[in-house]
Write a protein that binds this ligand. Structure first.
Ligand code: ZN
Length: 113
């Protein structure tokens, strides 16, 4: 494994990173909880032969979107651990603080998004 960045440490400043990490952890916890609930609802929907297909499709889409959201959040937390949080995954430039505050799971800067 090679590290493409030569500078270690936070790209965005520790205060912002800590705040984002906190938000991301809460976000991940909520998404996990929601996913568990949706999945148990889904079991009921699949078991109930009276359920219309559209309801199943709707639930499935919702589960997919929460799961994708959770994956994005986990990847962001992974970047916190590896010290690359706040750095654009495309151009390696720091992502603007305002953008991270609005969307802490941002992977790219506004020019690469
Ligand atoms: Zn970029």
């Amino acid at each position: 494994m090679t590290n493409p960045t030569t500078t270690r440490g936070s790209a965005v400043g520790n205060t912002l990173q800590d705040r984002c990490e906190h938000t991301l952890r809460e976000h991940a916890m909520r998404a996990e909880q929601q996913l568990r609930e949706l999945e148990s609802d889904m079991v009921g929907l699949l078991r109930d032969s009276g359920t219309i297909q559209e309801d199943r499709d709707g639930s499935r889409r919702l589960i997919e979107s929460v799961r994708a959201d959770l994956e994005r959040t986990r990847r962001a937390l992974g970047r916190v651990d590896s010290g690359t949080f706040g750095r654009c995954t495309a151009c390696r430039e720091p992502i603007a603080a305002a953008r991270l505050q609005a969307i802490p799971e941002s992977e790219r800067c506004s020019s690469c998004a």
